[in-house]
Design a protein around this ligand. Structure first.
Ligand code: GAP
Length: 561
């Protein structure tokens, strides 16, 4: 892992306006709406020249630190990691086995007047019955219950708020398993039907959940919650389940047989190739497989710029371990992924690591090892945080599901030569978004500064900056452009640099401040006399003279390469 120092002083989220950041991204060519000349398309974004370099730098830093030069694991051994690059369209059976065909759903409501669509569970007030931080966990449980046997434990109608509380609180074991500390029912939920059930998730594993949707709570809530568009209660439709996968057809005929899906995550390509990797590479458990690539989700409400898009890129690791080593490897990946985001510039108060509460854990997250999110305080989530990366112990859920679904079952158990035993390895999955990461870098870098002509500069970590250095001839004559071009030709072999000969030097500095270029080298009349250039430091505005023959070494020291 890299140990480069990072920007220690974050700009407080409250002082950064998302509108200003979006405007800068548009103006300077970081990010544009996809097909903008036709009015755009909701949930799809294009990267301009600067944004493309920035996102590429993020993905390359990840690939370098994860796949090419990983550090040592908790056992002190060098980490074994290989990469794959799988297709976006896979055999549809993959998505049946993974649970996405049956369970990758969001409850959705429409505004009858404006035809706007919302995630029911995102509407304020929908989950009044159970303390709000618990509601997403309930949804998660539901989404992950695929082809499971559900054993209803208790159904009850809340005839008054305190009765409902006492029914739930009475059963201490269930309360403990669900992680419920406090239950708050309001008089509005009187008469509602709730079902508490135990789901059999195979192999003797069980998890509890409270079935609030089938009880009609969401339906009832839809009637009373005001539409965010019209502000009126009663203008929302009943919630319907909506699968997030994009459907396409393979071949000339469009029917059920030719139906396929655009992958909603890169992870399943890794799981399906686990046995190919084991057979063809010299990897042994513990080892990891990494993949970067596009994923597609027909999000009900894409929003917050690129944060929730319908087409986005993921950077995922599936790290295969012996089941008894899950705890130490989970902790290792949790801590090293958090340290990595810090090392590339998200170092201040705006980054946090949040362990999921027990009740939030998906059914594959077993006892002992956990699930956590690495979160960033985006201007639109402030004072709260939004997920950047999740680190989850997925146990052997996926490998087993594919081994069973493809009909080879137990034959696909991994053979551990050292221990002379066969088993399905457990998996720790650090799964990050490249677009969310890029957005966090943009938000973090945005630094208002009234003292500069641009009024703002982008304080990117040098490793991530789209342009590492700019070369300016002070005037476009007296041999200065020729010297500048010679320096530019030398530096561009190693770094993304730009030469700019137009406009006043102040305007050129302003452009580079908005692009987040850490260093500018100016060739002036002194250069002609003593072969030195002016170096301008982006963050401090400090200027110094440096021999033109020292520029390359200077950049190597500051940026690497
Ligand atoms: N394989 C596990 C998985 O896909 P996830 O939490 O659904 O987990 C992982 O996604 C990461 O992908 C998220 O932390 C986020 O950074 C990114 N991501 C997920 N949905 C996204 C969306 N609609 N738009 C942009 N990024 C998204």
């Amino acid at each position: 892992m890299t140990s480069e120092s990072a920007n220690p002083s974050s700009t407080p989220a409250a002082t950064r306006s998302m509108d200003d950041i979006v405007a800068l991204c548009r103006r300077r060519g970081f990010i544009w709406q996809s097909s903008e000349i036709y009015g755009g398309i909701n949930g799809f974004w294009d990267y301009g020249p600067l944004g493309t370099e920035l996102k590429r730098n993020l993905k390359e830093a990840w690939w370098h630190d994860i796949v090419r030069c990983p550090g040592r694991g908790p056992d002190g051994e060098l980490i074994d990691m290989v990469g794959v690059d799988c297709t976006i369209i896979m055999n549809p059976k993959v998505w049946e086995a993974s649970g996405h065909v049956g369970g990758f759903n969001d409850p959705m409501v429409d505004d009858k007047e404006t035809k706007q669509r919302f995630r029911a569970d995102h509407l304020q007030g929908m989950f009044g019955a159970i303390e709000s931080e618990h509601a997403p966990a309930v949804m998660k449980f539901r989404n992950n219950l695929v082809d499971t046997t559900v054993i209803p434990l208790r159904t009850f109608i809340a005839s008054n708020p305190s009765e409902a509380v006492s029914i739930l609180e009475h059963d201490k074991r269930m309360q403990k398993d669900l992680g419920i500390r406090k239950i708050r029912f309001t008089p509005e939920h009187v008469g509602e039907r709730f079902r508490i059930a135990l789901a059999d998730i195979g192999d003797g594993e069980r998890c509890y959940y409270i079935d609030v949707i089938e009880s009609g709570l969401l339906e009832k809530a839809a009637e009373r919650v005001p539409s965010p568009y019209t502000g009126k209660p009663g203008s929302l439709t009943k919630p319907r389940q909506f699968n997030l996968m994009f459907i396409t057809f393979v071949g000339a005929v469009q029917d059920e047989e030719s139906k396929a899906y655009l992958r909603p995550e890169t992870a399943q390509g890794i799981f399906c190739n686990f046995w190919n990797v084991v057979d063809t590479s010299r990897v042994k458990v513990p080892f990891g497989i990494a993949q970067q690539g596009k994923a597609f989700r027909n999000e009900v409400t894409p929003r917050n710029f690129t944060f929730r898009s319908r087409e986005f890129e993921q950077m995922e690791i599936e790290f295969f371990i012996r089941p008894d080593q899950a705890n130490e490897w989970y902790r290792f990946w949790r801590d090293s992924r958090y340290a990595w985001w810090k090392s590339i510039g998200l170092a201040g108060d705006n980054l946090q690591l949040r362990e999921h509460e027990k009740e939030e854990l998906a059914h594959y997250a077993k006892e002992g090892a956990g699930v956590c999110d690495i979160e960033y305080r985006f201007p639109f989530t402030a004072p709260g945080f939004g997920e950047l990366e999740g680190v989850a112990h997925r146990a052997d859920f996926d490998l087993k599901a594919h081994a069973n679904a493809c009909g080879k079952g137990d034959k696909l158990r991994y053979f551990d030569q050292e221990r002379n035993e066969r088993y399905f390895p457990h998996v720790i999955e650090p799964s990050a978004g490249a677009d969310r990461g890029t957005l966090a870098l943009l938000c973090e870098a945005y630094t208002p500064d009234g003292a500069r002509p641009s009024g703002v500069f982008m304080k990117f970590h040098p490793r991530l900056a789209p342009i590492k250095a700019a070369i300016f001839p002070l005037v476009n004559k007296d041999g200065m452009p020729e010297i500048a071009e010679k320096l530019y030709m030398l530096l561009r072999e190693k770094w993304a640099v730009q030469i700019d000969v137009k406009q006043t030097i102040g305007k050129r500095y302003a452009r580079m401040d908005e692009a987040g270029t850490p260093y500018c080298f100016t060739i002036d009349s002194d250069t002609l006399q003593d072969q030195t250039v002016t170096v301008r430091h982006r963050d401090t505005l400090q200027q110094e003279r440096l021999g033109i023959d020292k520029v390359q070494a200077f950049l190597s020291e500051k940026i690497g390469g």
